[in-house]
Design a protein around this ligand. Structure first.
Ligand code: PEP
Ligand code: MN
Length: 340
């Protein structure tokens, strides 16, 4: 349930009203203050709430029942877009395109430093790279693990690019202390114990969509993180399983405008895992911009043919440079068109 507060209600009146609600009905009240309006989002069992009593309160403009099971992630609870700001100043969801680029896996110091510098020169705003890898086969390269994290930190030091890397278990959270954005991969989207733990920390979480998950399930996973108090969630569409085999997954681009309608969280697109083919990354990146994405995550490798993971979908630094140019040019045109 959301309660829209009348204009000109004082802070004290609002505090008293919220305390009454919490005490009377044992619900948690989430407050969103916008320009000229205030919305209270009620979380908990709202079925017992006496709507006549609420409507009769001086401060109340109107009430609305929220049907969706996700509350904190719901745009009805937070009408304006969430902008996530890193302590180092980078923003996601502020209208600029954020581009996270780098290899699927961190492989060596030379590799990560080289790729980091190249993607930075092409306009990437974050360095991605897997240290702990969720591989389908236990015999495939599993990542450099802690050493991979150290190499990412080294590349951050050299280039200044903040780092994004995947976590696979809650007991590693301390090890990820100085990672700038923690990625939850598709295979862990419904690892609820991990999500709960990530809800207790104050760090942006990049939540990838599960291989076969609906948008509602994806938003419920965001809700798990937010319910714990961490509202810094970035969603990433990375393709879903369908009957189609021509591409690794099927890129569900309509998820971008759907999410924008249902939620206030930023959403980015990963055309690399979505298609599995480097030749398709450029067009799907452009399409993601046109769909209204806040950013892209693109795999870039110094030598894709010899990559230890996901070489077939990785761009060379030169290819990435060309894609980034086109993407930024399209974004300019997109902003002009949308401003008309
Ligand atoms: C990755 O980003 O390298 C990765 C494993 O992605 P996903 O979880 O989307 O498969
Ligand atoms: Mn990968």
């Amino acid at each position: 349930m959301i309660i829209i507060i009348k204009q000109n209600v004082s802070k004290d009146q609002l505090t008293v009203f919220k305390a009454n609600l919490e005490e009377k009905y044992n619900v948690k009240v989430n407050t969103w203050v916008g320009v000229g309006s205030t919305v209270l989002g009620l979380i908990g069992d709202t079925t017992q709430i006496d709507e006549d009593w609420v409507n009769a309160q001086d401060v109340v403009e109107k009430i609305k029942r929220v049907q969706e099971p996700y509350k904190k992630a719901n745009r009805k609870f937070h009408p304006d877009n969430t902008v996530i700001e890193l302590p180092t100043g980078q923003k996601i969801g502020d209208g600029n395109l954020c581009i996270m680029a780098g290899p699927c896996s961190v492989e060596s110091e030379e590799q990560i430093n080289y790729v980091a510098q190249r993607v930075k020169d092409s306009g990437a705003t974050f360095l991605r790279g897997g240290a702990f890898k969720p591989r389908t086969s236990p015999y495939s390269f599993q990542g450099l693990k802690a050493e991979g994290l150290d190499l990412l930190k080294g590349a951050r030091k050299v280039t200044g690019l903040p780092i994004v890397t995947e976590i696979m278990r809650a007991s590693h959270i301390d090890m990820f202390e100085s990672v700038d954005i923690i990625q939850v991969g598709a295979r862990n989207m419904q690892n609820f114990e991990l999500l709960k733990e990530l809800g207790r920390i104050d760090k942006p979480i990049l939540l990838k969509r599960g291989l076969s998950n609906t948008i509602e399930e994806w938003l419920m996973s965001a809700e798990y993180i937010m319910a714990g108090g961490n509202s810094k969630v970035i969603l990433c569409e990375r393709g879903i399983r369908t009957y189609e085999t021509a591409t690794r997954n099927t890129l569900d681009l309509s998820a971008v405008p759907v999410i924008k309608k249902l939620s206030h969280l930023p959403v980015i697109v990963d055309p690399s895992h979505a298609t599995g083919k480097s030749s398709l990354v450029e067009q799907m990146s452009l399409a993601a911009v046109a769909a209204g994405a806040d950013g892209l995550m693109i795999e870039v490798h110094n030598d894709p043919k010899h990559a230890l993971s996901d070489g077939a979908q990785s761009l060379t630094p030169d290819q990435f440079d060309s894609v980034a140019r086109k993407v930024f040019a399209l974004k300019k045109a997109y902003d002009l068109i949308m401003a008309e």
